[in-house]
Design a protein around this ligand. Structure first.
Ligand SMILES: Nc1ncnc2c1ncn2[C@@H]1O[C@H](COP(=O)(O)OP(=O)(O)OP(=O)(O)O)[C@@H](O)[C@H]1O
Ligand SMILES: [Mg+2]
Length: 473
């Protein structure tokens, strides 16, 4: 039971951590709080050191005062005996309520003990406080050299006073704690200011988010960049640019659907009329004529539907991208074989110029559709008696497919338009829907290549497709 209950909890916890890691607000708060925490730790360490120094100074002053009072009490009597009567005030000044123990030692210039603890050692430098150990406990000690009238030698006695650390540590704690409290208030204040600041800083972004969410599907007018801070305005500009692209795409899509519907409606209306005429016609000859016309219109609409389907398949994202190794020469050969009958019927000399396999990488079906449309155009627009030649060759890094014909060619001004969907050059008699070259462009783009139209030296059109060379397998 416990194990079962534990997993979702761990999962929830992990989820929360992941959410926090991806939250801008949490990241900003964490970075501010972390920086502050590090600064405060350093500050607390420094204030601990200064509190220690201040407490030592207070302690050293008291020790020195006590040592002075003791030194003043040292006397040499007429017989030359050195004696000291320790004044109670000298020791009472340490009675600060922290239970500190006081130790002292007074010695002659020759090192003889006058009074106090013989085993109390002296700090190395006179008048300077030092932490020592006396009888296994830590003490703060100070030494004082004091001249005494009537004393032999160099005439100075040495007084050492030491006290346990109770009072010194209490002063240090007091000083440090008051500093700690100030820092804590500062940290809390900084935290609150940061969170309030963040809330205010993030609110335009949240407003933008809500505005985007609340938009209906068809509202694509731009957001005012001034609704967010200057630094975030490029994001709004990018969002607006994206919406313009979506708008254009939607308009293109609408135009395409309208065009397709229009293109389909014309032959379908014709089919309906032709069917009605055929059904009414009593004369068998005229009925046959009507039926042939009906057949032609049906072929036309079937081809249009086929072209529409091919175009939608050639569009990026509509098929799973394929990376077949395709021999472009074999593709061209197979297309020409299928077109041979039509070429013969129209008395056009159809030929392939190729020696070796030319391998490219891409979608074999779509590359086939590309060649079909180019050859279809060449045969369709070339008058009987002409010729169509397909050349497939490879250069160092590219594969080149050239389709040339002896037809009328495409005027310079029309060349950039013929790749548009449903675009047909005015005055062209041959049937067609204006989708073939659009399909070619989509396939070439999808395969990472380029397509160019130019004039053949002897008249006619030359279409050159360049594709990157594929694997050699
Ligand atoms: N080889 C060519 N010679 C002369 N004109 C051409 C040739 N290929 C294309 N064109 C012109 O470019 C236009 C667009 O060609 P595209 O292949 O896109 O459409 P289509 O042939 O009219 O119709 P579809 O191929 O969809 O049946 C054609 O209408 C024609 O005017
Ligand atoms: Mg065509």
């Amino acid at each position: 039971m416990f194990e079962i209950g534990k997993k979702p909890l761990a999962g929830r916890l992990l989820g929360s951590i992941r959410r926090i890691r991806h939250s801008l607000r949490a990241q900003l708060v964490a970075s501010v709080v972390l920086t502050l925490a590090v600064a405060i730790c350093v500050n607390l360490y420094l204030s601990f050191r200064s509190a220690t120094a201040a407490a030592q100074l207070v302690s050293d002053h008291t020790l020195l005062a006590s040592a002075r009072v003791i030194a003043e009490a040292v006397r040499v009597d007429e017989s030359g005996t050195v004696e000291v009567d320790i004044p109670p005030a000298a020791l009472e000044m340490f009675d600060t309520g922290f239970g500190d123990e006081v130790f002292y030692r007074v010695i002659t210039p020759w090192g003889n003990l006058i009074s106090g603890y013989a085993d109390l050692s002296s700090p190395r430098v006179p008048l300077k406080g030092e932490d020592l150990t006396f009888r296994d406990q830590g003490v703060r000690a100070i030494a004082l050299e004091h001249p005494v009238v009537g004393l032999g030698g160099d005439g100075t006695i040495s007084v050492t006073v030491a006290v346990t650390h109770g009072s010194q540590y209490a002063i240090r704690r007091q000083l440090w704690l008051s500093d700690f409290n100030k820092q804590l208030v500062l940290l809390l204040l900084a935290g609150v200011v940061t969170i309030v600041g963040l809330q205010r800083g993030l609110s335009p972004v949240l407003r933008l988010r809500d505005a985007v969410r609340q938009r209906s599907r068809d509202r694509l007018d731009p957001f005012p960049p001034a609704m967010v801070q200057t630094e975030l305005q490029p994001l709004v500009h990018a969002l607006n640019d994206h919406m313009v692209r979506v708008q254009n795409q939607m308009a293109a899509q609408r135009r395409f659907v309208a065009n397709a519907a229009h293109q389909l409606r014309t032959p379908l209306t014709l089919i309906s009329t032709q069917a009605a005429v055929a059904a009414r016609e009593a004369d068998s000859l005229r009925r046959d004529e009507a039926l042939q016309a009906l057949q032609k219109s049906t072929r036309q609409v079937t081809r249009l539907a086929g072209q529409l389907l091919t175009l939608s398949r050639a569009e990026p994202g509509s098929r799973r991208p394929r990376a077949d190794t395709v021999d472009l020469a074999a593709v061209a050969r197979s297309v020409l074989e299928n077109a041979a009958e039509e070429a013969l019927r129209r008395n056009i000399d159809l030929g392939l110029d190729n020696d070796d396999p030319v391998r490219v990488t891409g979608d074999a079906t779509m590359l086939g559709e590309m060649v079909v449309n180019l050859v279809d155009n060449a045969l369709r627009y070339t008058p009987p008696g002409g010729s169509v030649t397909v050349t497939v060759r490879s250069s160092r890094k590219t594969a080149v497919l050239i389709v040339e014909d002896t037809g009328p060619g495409i005027p310079e001004a029309e060349r950039k338009h013929v790749f548009e969907r449903f675009y047909r050059v005015m005055g062209i008699q041959a049937e067609g829907s204006g989708l073939g070259l659009a399909i070619v462009r989509e396939v070439v783009d999808g395969a990472g290549g380029s397509v160019e139209l130019s004039d053949r030296p002897d008249g006619g059109l030359l279409v050159a497709v360049t594709l990157p060379l594929g694997g050699t397998a």
